[in-house]
Design a protein around this ligand. Structure first.
Ligand code: PHE
Length: 407
């Protein structure tokens, strides 16, 4: 309830003091409310000054203000012997009320000025901006350059390239087994790419990796000639040169072969190499590791098969086949022969073997104490199978419509 001036009937000193206290506590509260409202930055400065005027009139208006009312209701009606006491108090109250109003006015006006300034700067920035925009739009329109019916510019979100994505996935499987990652140069010497991997000069095994040599090196010794590495196996040698056993590494990277391009061949592709050398590593470890890796990549129902093969740097060597993921190893799909595995039920996926003791001779490992296995797989080949891509060229053409499907 807002304060109203009581009509006094009891003019004792105690009753008078009580009435004065009530009045002063009322104005104190009203002042607090008003100042706290004025301190709100979101309230308009005009609202603040209007509130102040209402407050001032309520207490000090000559006609019917509270100070005028106490003269009427307290002083004029007081009995003659109480006039002195009442008069003193009315004067004191008047002075107090004026002080309160002055203080309130000062505080509220301060806040009102703040809101006004803030509003002004905001609207100034706003108008400047609008003017600039109008100006820019008008001149663009006038010059006929701006077609406002065109859709806006959307920046597409990039996606990991499917080859990199697959490579990371393969590396991740082996990282989980405790393998670390090693990398090597894409331009290699004949020594690292062939000789140290037990490919003797002129050995026919070199022919299986149709090599791109850097031109003009005929004067160099064969082992020093530079070439684009044809596989990631040279990283095995580089790793064993700088690390003593035990070694467990995977080596992802780009390789090159002078192959004519078709749906399954590209002169540039990627491999992930693996190497584990320790005491007592057996072919059994190799089988278990690769069986696990194939299940991790293609699903736990996939079976693996090891087929005799040949690489100069492994002995024995094997090709790993997985049961065909398209026909579940049946060789037949929808009553017809499965095209993906040529009806065999198996897909050949990678090469592997036990590291040939001759290789240890090149890196100063004691072939009587250590043994190990190595494997190498083509990343594109795995990506093609995993994602059902029918042409390896799609990976290298940079067509966003293809690439964005892997986002
Ligand atoms: N480097 C071989 C190739 O590219 C693959 C491989 C790696 C085979 C490691 C056995 C061991 O054909």
């Amino acid at each position: 309830m807002p304060y109203t001036v009581p009509k006094l009937t009891d003019f004792s000193v105690a009753a008078l003091d009580n009435a004065v206290r009530e009045l002063l506590s009322a104005i104190q509260k009203e002042k607090e409310v008003l100042v706290s409202e004025a301190s709100e930055p979101s309230v308009a400065s005009s609202t603040k000054t209007t509130g102040l005027k209402v407050f001032r009139d309520r207490w000090l208006a000559r006609k019917n203000g509270i100070v005028t009312q106490i003269t009427e209701f307290w002083l004029k009606v007081a009995p003659p012997d109480a006039k002195r006491e009442v008069g003193q108090r009315v004067n004191a109250v008047k002075a107090e009320v004026e002080r309160y109003v002055a203080e309130t006015q000062q505080r509220v006006e301060f806040f009102a000025r703040q809101s006004a300034a803030a509003l002004e700067s905001v609207s100034r920035v706003d108008t400047d901006l609008q003017a600039l925009r109008r100006e820019a739009t008008r001149s663009e329109l006038e010059r006929g350059r701006l077609d406002i019916t065109l859709p806006g510019i959307r920046r597409p979100i990039g996606a990991e390239h499917p080859v990199i994505k697959t490579m990371n996935e393969i590396v991740g499987v082996f990282r989980n087994l405790g393998y670390s990652v090693e990398e090597g140069p894409e331009i290699e010497t004949d020594y690292y790419n062939f000789e140290a991997l037990n490919f003797p000069p002129n050995h026919p095994a070199r022919d299986t990796q149709d090599t791109l040599f850097i031109a003009g090196q005929e004067s160099k010794e064969l082992r020093d000639r530079l070439l684009l590495r044809t596989h990631t196996s040279p990283v095995q040698i580089r790793t064993m040169q700088k690390m003593k056993p035990p070694v467990r590494v995977v080596c992802p990277g780009k390789v090159h072969r002078n192959d004519a391009l078709d749906a399954t061949h590209s002169p540039i592709f990627h491999q992930v190499e693996g190497l584990a050398v320790d005491t007592n590593i057996t072919f059994c470890d190799l089988k278990g590791t690769l069986d696990h890796a194939m299940k991790a990549l293609f699903g736990s129902s996939v079976k693996t098969r090891f087929y005799p093969s040949f690489f100069p740097f492994t002995e024995p060597s094997a090709d790993v086949q997985i049961s065909c993921i398209f026909c579940d190893g049946k060789g037949k799909r929808d009553g017809a022969a499965c095209r993906n595995c040529k009806a065999s039920g198996w897909i050949e996926l990678l090469g592997c073997g036990m590291v040939d003791p001759n290789v240890y001779g090149f890196v100063d490992y004691d072939a009587t104490k250590v043994s190990g296995f190595a494997f190498g797989m083509g990343v594109e080949r795995i990506a093609i199978l995993k994602y059902g891509v029918d042409d390896i060229q799609l990976f290298f053409q940079g067509d966003v419509r293809f690439l964005e499907q892997f986002g």
